[in-house]
Design a protein around this ligand. Structure first.
Ligand SMILES: [Zn+2]
Length: 201
């Protein structure tokens, strides 16, 4: 009897322990899952926000750099002997200036861009052409580079830009004839017009 009673007593307690353990286990699993999913969700949200912030910062940084390089191109244009119009250009690749140029006559010619009537001589090279041909004489490659130029390229320079592999053109003044820009757009070259190059915001 005593043996049986003990058994009778033990069995319900054992079951109770099992039931309690199961509830405890369920609660632990639920808590762990809840914590993991909550953290994953928060991390995902944070990473998206972080990516957005980083992208915005990158765009802002690039805009600042674009203005600085355009100011450098403008300073470089001061080297030009041309009276009617002074244009400067620089080529940047991987954060390095690999070439520069300004409009002027070919090497060995007199440094006079205009004839007696004040018209630009036909053999005057544009700033972009000078910068691109300067790369050709160096060990650098303009493939994938950015061209900064004080005035929007003409159609002849646009052809050279496309052929040299330059992927981005940033310019200050928009030339009245836009066929150069149209051609660049057609070739998939990114064109960026920045009017206010003094701003640092
Ligand atoms: Zn040109």
């Amino acid at each position: 009897m005593c043996y049986n009673t003990e058994l009778y007593k033990v069995t319900p307690n054992y079951l109770a322990v099992q039931i309690n353990f199961n509830i405890f286990t369920k609660r632990v699993i639920f808590t762990v899952c809840y914590t993991v999913f909550t953290k994953l969700f928060v991390t995902l949200r944070r990473s998206k926000i972080l990516t957005l912030i980083l992208n915005m910062e990158q765009i802002h940084k690039q805009a600042l750099l674009d203005r600085r390089y355009l100011r450098m191109a403008r300073i470089w244009s001061e080297n030009s002997y041309c009276v009617r119009r002074k244009v400067g250009a620089i080529i940047v690749k991987d954060g390095m200036i690999i070439s520069d140029g300004y409009n002027g006559t070919p090497s060995g010619f007199e440094n006079v861009c205009e004839d007696d009537d004040g018209h630009t001589k036909p053999y005057v090279l544009h700033a972009e052409a000078n910068a691109i041909t300067k790369v050709a004489r160096s060990n650098n490659s303009s493939d994938g580079a950015t061209l900064y130029v004080t005035a929007s390229p003409c159609v002849e320079c646009a052809k050279l830009i496309i052929q040299s592999g330059i992927r981005r053109v940033v310019f200050n003044e928009l030339y009245r004839i836009c066929d150069g820009i149209d051609l660049l757009n057609r070739a998939g070259v990114e064109c960026v017009h920045i009017e206010d190059i003094e701003s640092n915001i």
